[in-house]
Design a protein around this ligand. Structure first.
Ligand code: URA
Length: 176
């Protein structure tokens, strides 16, 4: 299930240039879920191609993962104006597409607060749950869910950075 080219299920459709669909290996056992497209993503139609994407790729590569082997997506497929957080209504409107992308995967990595809010309804601090693996059920199928920091949260925070790198190591060592 994919959004129509002219999808208008939520208000974000009024602002977008391009719908940003998942990128990478469609058969990957492991999927990374970010927050929402930013400016570069909106212009190119690809997730994580801006500054956050460069960081994400660097952390992957430093731990021996290749971006192209994995699947990368977002909670919503259209850019929120001014890069604000997507609202619950917008995430709900986009959920059928996200569920289709995630259902039956072995591991789902939630990058940051919006992904954790969308996927496990978590509203607390990331530090309380980072890298604590849990099981979630999407459309009748269980997956392992790993909450971690968003790459943008790691720019000036070495603790977040080492936790996100630890996530990459967990993926490489246990799930690839
Ligand atoms: N780019 C994306 O595609 N998602 C984010 O969460 C941040 C940047």
């Amino acid at each position: 299930m994919m959004p129509e080219k002219n999808c208008s299920r939520c208000k974000l459709s009024e602002f977008r240039t391009k719908i940003v669909m998942p990128d990478g290996n469609p058969d990957s056992d492991v999927v990374f879920v970010g927050e929402a497209p930013g400016e570069n993503e909106d212009l190119t139609g690809r997730p994580f191609v801006g500054k956050s994407g460069k960081l994400l790729e660097r952390f992957m590569e430093e731990e021996g993962l290749k971006r192209a082997e994995l699947l990368i997506t977002n909670t919503v497929k259209c850019r929120p104006p001014g890069n604000r957080d997507p609202t619950k209504e917008e995430m709900d409107a986009c959920r059928p597409f996200l569920e289709h992308e995630l259902s039956g995967r072995k591991v789902i990595v939630g990058l940051g607060k919006s992904a954790c809010r969308s996927l496990i309804g978590y509203e607390g601090k990331m530090s309380e749950i980072v890298n604590k693996e849990m099981t979630i059920n999407i459309n009748g199928k269980d997956s392992i869910f790993i909450p971690t920091y968003h790459p943008a949260a790691c720019i000036y925070n070495n603790n977040s950075k080492s936790e996100l790198k630890r996530t990459m190591r967990i993926i490489k060592e246990r799930y690839m």
